[in-house]
Design a protein around this ligand. Sequence first.
Ligand code: TNX
Length: 519
Amino acid sequence: MKSTCFLGAFAAVVVACRPSTVPAPARGPAVAVIPAPVSLSLRGNAPFVLGDSAAIVVDAPNDSAMRVANALAALLRPPTGFAIPTTTSAGATPRHAIRLRLDGARGELGDEGYALEVRPDSVHIAARTAAGLFHGVQTLRQLLPYAIESENSQTTGVTQWTIPPVSIVDRPRFIWRGAMLDVARHFFTVDEVKQFIDILALYKLNTLHLHLADDQGWRIEIKSRPTLLAAAVTQVGGGPGGYYTQADYSEIVRYAGERFITVVPEIDMPAHSNAMLVSFPELSCGKRAPALYTGIEVGFSALCPDKEDTYRLLDDIIREISGLTPGPYFHIGGDEVQALTREQYARFIERVQDIVTKNGKRMVGWEEIGRARLLPGTLSQQWFTDSARNSLVPGVQLIMSPGKKVYIDQKYDSTTELGLSWAGFVEVRTSYDWDPATYVPGATEANVAGVEAPLWSETIRNMTAAQQLIMPRLPAVAEVGWTPQGARNWEDFRQRLAPHARRWRLLGINYYASPQIAW
Ligand code: TNX
């Protein structure tokens, strides 16, 4: 390891670490923060003890900083049974305080970083943005005893809510740290999507990519094209499917936004478009007449790139969804096109890129879009080969989602019940042990916007099943996206991961007990 001192029990102790001074933990590491902070050191021996006089105090409050404070209070009250008032610094300062401070001058913390100091009488989280405060709160949560995730103060068995005396300065390696949920192959309700978002927030992921349309289902109301919903009525295997009204989608966006997570909507095109074509068969250039489809083959559908009506339909769809989406991105899919020539494909992508741009968004597409002329600001999502290097043109960055590493819809091993296996088995270590900056030949750190773990849902029918596949691979990917490469280490990660399972059990999160982890 380069800049870190491996202590087993501790994440990334950068400052003068002496392993012999660290007491061996009885059960799992005392400081098991995931993703590992950029720097973490111990300040003396006296912890902070959260007692019933504790309060949360916000310095330089704005609405979103206050919301972070209220969310922290709402997390701490049920398990502790303490009142935990939230106040601004204008009032009298209580003795035992958790202080959240917005400080525009802390440029070194970037847009999402934070500094966290635990002293015997107070806890201080400082950040330049409310997002940074929110991430600092997630770290604080992980420093508390795991029973902080409990809903009932009567059953925690905790006599002292201690927080170890750490000093942390932390900021993410990449700006794009995401997960994708495929709501097209199987539909997930708004409540299920919220459960998914909650897990992203725990591990400081900041991007939720929603795969809203594929051959098997159309999942979002488009008011100017109501007939699209004719293909919302089924899913893989023939179940009832479903869709989001625009109000539903806005509720997902709002819930994600409260957790500083950007929603990236995807409408897959020109292939994976059978559901769209069910209502617009005249726009089909695919290999089969469009009809509701509940299988799992790919590549047979295609929107006809030579018809003007195709672009009118896409303009309506992209305009309405963009209007509901505060984030800067619109994902157009672009993968696995077998029914068009190379020229037809490139022409199609370039026209759609213009439509996305006209609607005020930056286009994102799967790596195949590198065959077209990409505009600066467009993002290309690597998933399959190193053809992603075709996208390495000025102003275009890669999102790294290599199937062999972070396709969390793949089986862990030959005994896994759920999941596909076309990319191979993907165990936790496989998802952890790689470097997004060097994976594509010719790419460097500057070419990479970040990482994303896609959860395709051909085999996944509900959130319990989804959790079995995302946990614990998603925390591994979260650390890949957050922690500097030189501060990451598999042995250290697997030690820190194990005690998180107790939190997941309290939160009702299902997980795979990988044999690679000493639970
Ligand atoms: C490939 S990844 C696909 C999806 C499938 C997935 C299953 C990508 C851009 N296309 O259509 O659902 O494999 O693992």
